[in-house]
Design a protein around this ligand. Structure first.
Ligand SMILES: Cc1cc2nc3c(=O)[nH]c(=O)nc-3n(C[C@H](O)[C@H](O)[C@H](O)COP(=O)(O)OP(=O)(O)OC[C@H]3O[C@@H](n4cnc5c(N)ncnc54)[C@H](O)[C@@H]3O)c2cc1C
Length: 310
């Protein structure tokens, strides 16, 4: 792993750095490049603007590793509010949740119940809930919770990370469920033996798993692919595969993060692909922002510029 990436990912877990960074206005200004604001209203407004350009959205209230049961309960209440906001504004928006945000560190069953309440509400209003994939210590429990929920709620989808060697087997085990899967490369610092060392192998794994999800057998089972990447080469390769196989353009959906590759987002929408932008908002942005810096350390330059323009 690139040493700077490794340092930034280590920093993402430092409570001391979090306390210091969140106090500085120039850091907050740099963060605003990836986040329309800290409130649900700001997120809904941004989703409305994207909708005008033919882009659907996913809303995520930032937060992870919640250790207080009352806080986890409050997250459930907040997502009910989000779903109500989406219904009221008739947005084409889904929600994406981290299991550690609804109490996975406290108790797996509690997190499962909390997510079931969000999924149940989403189902009532005809919406979909995604489960984010976090670092590998949570992977087995996340898959277990997904399988349990999926038995009742078909509106729940799961994110899988293509940098992990285990993901191919995980995907195979999920295919018979006809699950909705969002593939991403993966954003965490992981032990070397668990991940592909070369970026080319992570990309190849992404393509191979996409092809699997677009295959006859997976599609017959009801599987659905969401391509979660900003990698234009990979997006092009998958779109070409869809065309070559004679599948409809909307056989899969492309998902990107708010503020990243805006031109590519607009191009995809213009050319008739299904595109969705994930909008994160909230006050707990520090670890999430550090992961965005780690993905592209050149983003540190924006933070530097933000400091100079104080
Ligand atoms: C919709 C969505 C949901 C996600 N959910 C999860 C999840 O649940 N769990 C998880 O581990 N990860 C998640 N991620 C993050 C993902 O794992 C990657 O870390 C992230 O997408 C960067 O990798 P990439 O696929 O864009 O490819 P890369 O090869 O890293 O990047 C390709 C190009 O995209 C641009 N780019 C990428 N990242 C940035 C950035 N931060 N700032 C500016 N430009 C950038 C650059 O031009 C870069 O050259 C999600 C990503 C998306 C898009």
């Amino acid at each position: 792993m690139n040493p700077l990436r490794s340092v930034l990912l280590a920093a993402s877990q430092s409570p001391r750095l979090r306390r210091q960074a969140t106090r500085h206005r120039f850091v907050r200004r740099a963060v605003s490049r990836f986040m329309p604001g800290e409130t649900l209203d700001a997120a809904i407004q941004a989703a409305g603007a994207l909708r005008a350009g033919g882009i659907a959205t996913i809303l995520t209230h930032l937060g992870e590793n919640v250790s207080d049961p009352a806080e986890a309960e409050a997250v459930v209440a907040h997502y009910h509010e989000v779903l109500e906001g989406i219904r009221r504004t008739a947005l084409d928006a889904e929600v994406s949740v981290k299991l550690t945000q609804v109490g996975l560190d406290l108790d797996r069953d509690l997190a499962c119940d909390h997510l079931a309440r969000i999924a149940g509400r989403a189902r009532d209003v005809g919406n979909r809930v995604w489960i984010d994939m976090e670092a590998t210590p949570y992977a087995d429990r996340t898959l277990e919770v997904f399988r349990r929920l999926r038995a009742t709620y078909t509106n729940v989808g799961l994110c899988l990370q293509t940098y992990l060697r285990r993901t191919e087997a995980d995907l195979e085990s999920l295919l018979p469920l006809g699950a909705s899967i969002r593939l991403v490369k993966g954003a965490y610092r992981e032990p070397r033996e668990l991940v592909f060392a070369r970026k080319a192998d992570v990309d190849e794994s992404f393509f191979r798993l996409s092809v699997r999800l677009l295959g006859e057998e997976a599609r017959r089972a009801g599987a659905r692919l969401v391509v979660g990447t900003h990698d234009t080469r990979l997006i092009g390769r998958i779109a070409d595969h869809v065309a070559t196989r004679g599948l409809a353009k909307d056989a899969c959906e492309y998902a990107l993060l708010y503020g990243i590759q805006r031109r590519e987002q607009a191009r995809l929408a213009r050319e008739g692909f299904r595109v969705r932008v994930l909008i994160s908002y909230g006050t707990h942005w520090f670890p999430w922002y550090m992961r965005r810096l780690a993905e592209r350390p050149a983003n540190l330059l924006f933070m530097g510029r933000s400091l100079l323009s104080r």
